[in-house]
Design a protein around this ligand. Structure first.
Ligand code: DX5
Ligand code: ZN
Length: 236
């Protein structure tokens, strides 16, 4: 058994000066060929791995946990962020960090939409050496996060109801991206849910710098390389 702090992990870059980054989600990948699919997306220019953890409580489905994070960590040298769609995110932080996540994303709704409880979680994640993101569901206004923008690395604006890949983005939520960008010019803003080549540019124009791409990258009609190339081309 090892003990003490987990080893340092590569960190997803901050917003300023790094350009637009693409973060594949593996929810619609072929888990029987996961290593191969990750290598293909890495070769195609994936910047960050966005791994969706679901507990069957905060969202209805179950997805996967630390074992899959560790398996992805073994295949890629890119940063990994863990999107914790779980009711008790703090209970997962240490396992996620140890498995290889360099950034931990908790949902504001999972900490009772309470700024002080969120601050405690942020401190807990930082003590593990991790960067911190906070995600907001469609019903949560951008302004709810304003007191926290100076103590987090990333905001994740959900463009869908979380829990399932392959849904259509509601671009009305980009108003929140604009509001957060105006309040925090240097922060990473990620959009999650339904981001595709036909709407990625609109997301970036609103102020997003990190694009989660699940079914846009892992789908039956394109290789991951082709899919990432199409996303990049849509931004050019
Ligand atoms: C949904 C997840 C998303 C999603 C992305 O709850 O947080 O990351 O799987 O997949 P697409 O891009 O297919 O919506
Ligand atoms: Zn996600």
């Amino acid at each position: 058994m090892s003990s003490g702090a987990p080893p340092p992990q590569p960190s997803p870059a901050r917003g300023e000066g790094v350009g637009i980054q693409i973060a594949p989600s593996i929810l619609t990948a072929d888990f029987g060929r996961l290593a191969e699919q990750i290598r293909a997306a890495d070769a195609g220019g994936a910047d960050v791995w966005h791994l969706d953890i679901m507990d069957g409580h905060f969202v209805p489905p179950l997805s996967f946990g630390k074992e899959v994070i560790a398996a992805v960590r073994a295949v890629t040298s890119k940063p990994i962020e863990a999107h914790l769609m779980v009711a008790h995110p703090g209970e997962q932080f240490a396992d996620m960090a140890k498995a290889g996540a360099g950034r931990l994303i908790l949902h504001f709704e999972a900490v009772a939409s309470d700024v002080e409880i969120a601050r405690n979680h942020i401190a807990q994640a930082r003590a593990l050496g991790c960067e911190v993101g906070i995600a907001i569901n469609p019903e949560t206004p951008a302004e709810a996060l304003f007191p926290l923008l100076d103590v987090i690395d990333e905001v994740v604006v959900m463009l869908i109801r979380p829990g399932w890949g392959g849904q259509e983005a509601n671009l009305d939520h980009l108003a929140k991206v604009r509001a957060i960008r105006a309040a925090a010019p240097g922060i990473v803003i990620e959009v999650d849910g339904g981001v595709k080549a036909h709407n990625a540019r609109t997301c970036v124009e609103a102020g997003a710098t990190l694009l989660v791409a699940g079914s846009a990258v892992f789908n039956p009609t394109q290789t991951p390389q082709e899919a990432i190339a199409a996303l990049r081309a849509s931004l050019a």
